[in-house]
Design a protein around this ligand. Structure first.
Ligand code: SF4
Length: 245
């Protein structure tokens, strides 16, 4: 009985996992901007190589994610009437997803919540992290900052979107809420995020490369020095990358 109980729960969590994107015309998600290698995206398109379908996540990790999602739901619930979104029932909250098509690629971001106060609405990103990481946090982690800044960029490029227009969604600032997975006091930290020069420069550089590729097929320079570089070892396009100029 104990084994069956364990198996039943395990099956529930492991079957629910991501099936991967399975596409070579990639949607680039806000969370990927910092680590993005435009050369890899272009090589995938050029050789029509799809993203691999991901295996189901291990049971332990699935539970961790499920806890994170549950906490996220509770934070949303705590926003009460100040929470807005395409669907505002907390138990079935539909995240606002915005997309921008550029040079044959799609940039996309889904915001965890939208907080409306008087006539201003701001996007909110919610992250639950380990107590150790939480205690050390004096500013948002760079990958999260870039993710939130991409939301602002997406809003800025979606001014005519019905929800953005109707709710006066801000592209000037957003907030990130960190929650400690265990804490006695002060379990949340909130940071305001605005667009800044490092982000704007990185996006400009990415877009310049995508534009160049769409117009001439030219690939950006290789950022990995050798096939043994850390990023190259993890890159599915490594072989093609080092065969191309
Ligand atoms: S090997 Fe490095 S430079 Fe080449 S595509 Fe992959 S990540 Fe980009």
């Amino acid at each position: 009985m104990k084994k069956i109980l364990y198996k039943t729960i395990e099956n529930y969590f492991t079957q629910k996992m991501s099936k991967g994107r399975g596409d070579f015309k990639r949607t680039i998600h806000a969370s990927e901007i910092l680590q993005l290698c435009p050369r890899k995206e272009m090589l995938q398109q050029k050789y029509k190589i799809k993203e691999p379908h991901k295996e189901a996540l291990p049971f332990g990790l699935s539970i961790t994610f499920a806890i994170g999602r549950a906490v996220e739901g509770k934070i949303r619930e705590s926003l009460g009437n100040n929470l807005i979104g395409p669907e505002t029932m907390c138990w079935n909250y539909q995240e606002l997803n915005l997309q921008v098509e550029k040079y044959g690629f799609t940039f996309s971001g889904s915001m965890d919540a939208i907080f409306k106060y008087e006539d201003i609405s701001v996007p909110i990103e919610i992250k639950s992290i380990s107590p150790d990481q939480f205690d050390e946090l004096v500013e948002p982690l760079i990958q999260h900052r870039f993710q939130c800044q991409t939301y602002l960029w997406l809003i800025k490029n979606n001014k005519k979107h019905q929800f953005v227009k109707t709710n006066g969604l801000s592209h000037d600032k957003c907030y990130i809420i960190y929650i400690s997975k265990t804490a006695k006091n002060n379990p949340i930290k909130i940071f305001e995020i605005k667009l800044d020069i490092p982000y704007v420069n990185l996006m400009k550089e990415h877009l310049t490369q995508f534009k160049l590729y769409s117009e001439t097929g030219g690939l950006p320079q290789r950022s990995c020095l050798t096939e043994k570089s850390k990023s190259a070892k993890k890159c599915m396009m490594c072989k093609h990358c080092f065969e191309e100029k």
